[in-house]
Design a protein around this ligand. Structure first.
Ligand code: 13P
Length: 256
């Protein structure tokens, strides 16, 4: 599997900034035209500019950071998976820990959003990860297992061709603390066996499991060199074209 690197811009980057970002980034990186190995998730108001900025560039995915499970209706402040398809993005991040922590997202709502995104033909990047207190209590695998089972409750084996799992330990997000490659690998391996139990070994082996949490140019290669780490979901280091290009360059050397 080739590694995949997704930028999560979070609540950053204005539409007017995308063109320059894309130009600068593409002057440093040639995306793999045979395989989308790079992606950008932007705020809703930046999506049209994002799609436009990378139009015609093969190997770049464009995405949003959440979606609702209904097609439309009285859901103030929400955006549906259908609307994301309409604006032209390829993927959507679901169940990010910032949504779970600050906006009341639960495994049940993540499950509904995930299945709807997949049914609409979007790639769903479903996030799991334990808090610092859970990590310190040695509960990482228990928490991640519960989140996975709950979040994928209605995702069938057939739908998993468009599924990506992101493991993001909450204590590593934006803190400069990265899980060591060994710690991350051990959790990724347990995610893989959880997926094997939910589906089967063939299906589980084909689902990319990417790591997020202070991923940087100088740690990405050792992370993706691990057998079950298939790429990165990158926050802070994705906000500048130079730093993200360097990270992708460092990480994509590793093929498995
Ligand atoms: P940082 O890379 O800023 O730690 O953020 C990780 C993240 O939350 C990506 O979704």
């Amino acid at each position: 599997m080739k590694p995949i690197f997704l930028a999560n811009w979070k609540m950053n980057i204005l539409p007017a900034e995308v063109k320059e970002f894309a130009k600068n980034f593409l002057s440093q990186i040639t995306p793999d035209a045979n395989y989308a190995d790079i992606g950008f998730a932007a705020p809703y108001t930046t999506l049209a500019a994002l799609v436009d900025g990378f139009r015609g560039v093969k190997g770049i995915l464009t995405g949003a950071q959440n979606c609702h499970w209904a097609d439309n209706g009285a859901f103030t402040g929400e955006v549906s998976a259908k609307m994301l398809k309409d604006v032209g993005v390829n993927f959507v991040i679901i169940g990010h820990s910032e949504r779970r922590q600050f906006f009341g997202e639960t495994d049940e709502t993540v499950a509904k959003r995930s299945v709807k995104a997949l049914k609409e033909g979007l790639i769903a990047v479903v996030c799991v990860g334990e808090t610092k207190a859970e990590y310190e209590a040695g509960r990482t695998k228990e928490i991640v297992s519960r989140q996975l089972k709950g979040s994928l409750a209605d995702v069938t084996a057939e739908m998993t061709h468009a599924l990506i799992i992101a493991y993001e330990p909450v204590w590593a997000i934006g803190t400069g603390l990265t899980a060591t490659p060994e710690i991350a690998q051990s959790v990724h391996a347990s995610i893989r066996s959880e997926l094997t139990a939910l589906y089967n070994a063939n299906v589980a082996g084909a689902i990319p499991i990417i790591y997020g949490g202070s991923a940087k140019t100088d740690n990405i290669a050792s992370l993706v060199a691990q057998p079950d780490i298939n790429g990165g979901l990158v926050g802070g280091a994705s906000l500048k074209p130079d730093t993200f290009a360097q990270l992708v360059q460092a990480g994509r050397q590793v093929y498995k």
